[in-house]
Design a protein around this ligand. Structure first.
Ligand code: NAP
Ligand code: G4F
Length: 340
């Protein structure tokens, strides 16, 4: 192994940075496609990667930039992690979400077919495609029922990837990843929003209550560092395929809040229901959490829980970080960041 070339889109995001770390460890030459928007691209990339990754200006919406990247670097592997990835935002920007999350994938696949059809391709599919679930655990055979413009676009891209595999014999695999988090998670996803607020509370930087939407949603939360290993493993298989990746354990948003406050030694007492539900510091009665309906979604995914037995068997993939360790890791990282 070694000296392979990989292109990563979405390198400035959470997963892109973890995957770049992994591939650099494995001696890959890593090319990161970076959008030129209103700020300097390097300011959005993790500082430790600046000198180690070749930054290539590009955008999924610009097929010429994708073709240029493939022509110039002749990649062995292409990981498409770029997306408008925020589910709530996808109702507010449905056209942009569809353009990036579906047509962007078409731009990559058609460029691979035309310019370097032996490139191995990874598509970032998502458990959101299961949406309104009917199985207690979701696996590769579960029904898809997307519940947001994001999930609809991702499902279309998922089938497009399968179609390119079947039509043109491209080594294209989809990772159906359940929620994965960590200190590099964007600040408007619920886990990071919670751990950041808890850290600020502990440091006396806020005395406002944390405002959240649906506290009852259940998610299968794992650690992003574990999940990028699965992406890489998929592209090392002789045959391309699709795999569900998750921990098999599910917790509510309320459970996550409890665990995050527990990490700074605070226990929460919950009172009320629905929009009136509130969380108080059990020791001094201070209001710490309240519901703000502005964070509710027009349609919700109530429960996600993965059955990853196929990945465990065929890829020998196992998650290493537990839910409790994940929450503590995120709170500790935010305490450190907020102390600086
Ligand atoms: P993220 O942190 O939101 O990162 C998204 C990345 O996409 C950023 O680097 C962003 O660049 C880039 N991007 C957005 N629009 C682009 C465009 N038009 N052209 C090029 N790049 C563009 O997402 P993540 O959590 O790392 O997730 C990675 C992928 O996995 C996404 O496709 C997401 O939908 C999918 N996924 C995530 C999870 C999860 O729990 N994290 C689970 C299942 C699937 P800028 O810095 O320029 O904005
Ligand atoms: O953290 P979230 O925004 O993540 P969501 O919607 O599950 O999507 C994430 O995981 C998907 C995989 O299943 C990815 F495909 C996707 O790209 C993204 O990474 O919300 C989690 C849950 C939802 O039910 C939401 O309604 O938390 C609930 N929630 C409650 N209060 C909130 C909030 N979500 C956010 N973002 N902000 C809140 O204040």
């Amino acid at each position: 192994m070694g000296n392979k070339t990989a292109i990563i889109t979405g390198i400035t995001g959470q997963d892109g940075s973890h995957l770049a770390d992994l591939l650099l460890e494995k001696n890959y030459r890593v090319i990161g496609i970076v959008r030129r928007i209103s700020t300097e691209p390097p300011s959005r990339m993790r500082r430790h990667l600046w000198d180690k990754v070749t930054q290539f200006p590009g955008d999924l919406l610009d097929s010429v930039s994708i073709e240029n990247a493939i022509n110039e670097f002749q990649p062995d592997e292409f990981y498409n992690l770029a997306a408008q990835s925020h589910v709530g935002m996808s109702w507010k920007q449905p056209e942009l979400t569809s353009a990036i999350d579906y047509f962007g994938v078409l731009n990559i696949l058609k460029a691979i077919k035309l310019l370097k059809p032996d490139t191995r391709f990874y598509q970032a599919s998502t458990s959101e495609m299961f949406g309104k679930v009917e199985d207690e655990f979701q696996n590769e055979k579960s029904r898809f029922y997307p519940r947001s413009p994001y999930a609809v676009a991702k499902l279309a891209a998922h089938w497009l990837t399968i179609n390119y595999r079947e039509s043109y014999d491209i080594h294209a695999s989809c990772g159906i990843l359940f929620n994965h988090e960590g200190p590099r998670r964007g600040k408007d996803f619920v886990t990071r929003k919670i751990t950041l607020h808890v850290a600020k509370h502990k440091l006396g930087k806020t005395d406002k209550p944390l405002e959240l939407g649906n506290l009852n949603s259940m998610r299968d939360w794992g650690y992003a560092g574990d999940y990028v290993r699965a992406m890489w493993l998929m592209l090392q298989q002789d045959e391309p395929d699709d795999y569900v990746i998750g921990t098999g354990k599910s917790h509510s948003v309320r459970d996550f809040v409890n665990a995050a406050y527990a990490a700074i030694g605070i226990s929460i007492t919950w009172q009320g229901e629905g929009v009136d539900e509130k969380g108080y510091d059990s020791t001094n009665g201070k209001l710490l959490v309240q519901v703000n309906p502005k964070f509710f979604r027009p349609a919700e995914v109530d429960l996600l829980r993965a059955d990853s037995s196929k990945a465990r068997e065929k890829l020998q993939w196992e998650p290493e970080v537990t839910f409790e360790d994940l929450v503590s890791m995120m709170v500790e990282a935010d305490l450190k960041e907020e102390s600086n």
